[in-house]
Design a binder for this molecule. Structure first.
Ligand code: ZN
Length: 243
């Protein structure tokens, strides 16, 4: 079974030229890619309530919902109050929000996530002052029960994600995981998986920006047993979502 654990649906701001895609588009792409279920989050201009209603009860495809945590979103607190049970994960995007995940405006949401066992997917990228993997790791030390999935393997560039893998190996961060979305250097992905262990790695495509069929072959190419690939494709995320 394949679960795409990192997809977006909706409309992006000018950072992606107002590009927009629909739930129907996503269902079509997921199905034609052999994906069985997807963890869906909005884009920066699409609301949580709107997208959750359109996805989690979808008759044509199995979606889990990942709530976009923008501390400046006036509807966010009410949304979480009403619907926390229907939300499977939280998403934090430090680069778009221009704040580190350790910023105090995120703090109450990190507490809600830890208390309710909602894994937090955090974008980690090349903007080291804001989106370094080091900030979520700081948070992991502050909240040891908080489950964190570091997107783009912690940095979206071999030099960054290999260093991240070295930092978290040997079970040093019990509740920290790595997402594979949009990482294309298959040789180094294999290194990461051998460094941290398959039970720490979660497959995602970053659709509507990436395509599952671009990234599924990278997991299939890993030099690990089929049972470990199954963990990366679905076992790990299901274990975290079903707590
Ligand atoms: Zn993304």
């Amino acid at each position: 079974m394949i679960i795409d654990s990192h997809i977006h649906v909706g409309k992006w701001s000018s950072i992606f030229y107002n590009y927009e895609s629909t739930v129907e588009d996503a269902v079509k792409v997921m199905r034609s890619s052999g994906v069985d279920a997807a963890v869906c989050m909005p884009t920066d201009l699409t609301g949580n309530r709107y997208l959750m209603d359109k996805t989690i009860n979808n008759k044509n495809f199995k979606f889990y919902y990942n709530a976009w945590i923008n501390p400046e979103d006036k509807d966010l607190d009410k949304f979480l109050e009403d619907d926390i049970d229907r939300v499977s994960l939280f998403k934090v995007h430090p680069s778009i929000q221009r704040k580190r995940i350790t910023d105090e405006s995120y703090d109450k949401y990190m507490k809600i996530a830890a208390e309710n066992k909602k894994p937090v997917v955090v974008h980690c990228g090349r903007w080291q002052e804001i989106a370094s993997y080091k900030f979520p790791l700081e948070l992991a030390e502050k909240y040891p029960d908080l489950i964190l999935i570091l997107a783009h393997l912690g940095g979206d560039q071999p030099s960054l994600y290999l260093e991240c893998a070295e930092t978290i190996k040997n079970g040093k961060y019990k509740n920290v995981y790595l997402g594979t979305e949009s990482v294309r250097e298959f040789y180094f992905v294999n290194k990461v998986v051998h460094t941290v262990g398959a039970e720490k790695v979660i497959f995602g495509s970053d659709y509507n920006l990436g395509l599952p069929l671009t990234y599924i072959p990278i997991v299939e190419s890993l030099d690990i047993p089929a049972s470990d690939k199954e963990l990366i494709f679905s076992g790990n995320i299901l274990r975290l979502i079903n707590g």
